[in-house]
Design a protein. Sequence first.
Length: 138
Amino acid sequence: MHTWIAAKPSGAKSYTVYEVIGWRLRWGNSPVAIHQRAPDARWFGNAPELLFDLARDPDEQTDLSTDPAHAAIKTQLKDRLLGRYDVEAMTRRAAKEKETRSFLHDALSTNGGYHWDYQPLFDASRQYVRGVNKPATV
């Protein structure tokens, strides 16, 4: 289960979303993630649909997306949006980027916990410098 609560005080520019994400525990993170973002997001391919009348409701408190009186404007806006973008190309690009992120995550999480730029501690006193110390003292 993935639970979240979105809150937006009057006059705020964005929502604060508090999410409970259990898999974050696997990497030692808190299961609660807090973000400034839209109140809802795509979940398992289901896009959220929100519709607000910003002239009458600037704080986005009343979602009109399920109101039959606004079905025509919702359809019109959706058609305009989908007409601007090649959704199939964007979906293919997102899938490729997800594949790359998964590969990087797997590579970084199976290397014994070291970061990609890990360098072991260097003991300069054990370094041989010509003319300063003898190899036998190293």
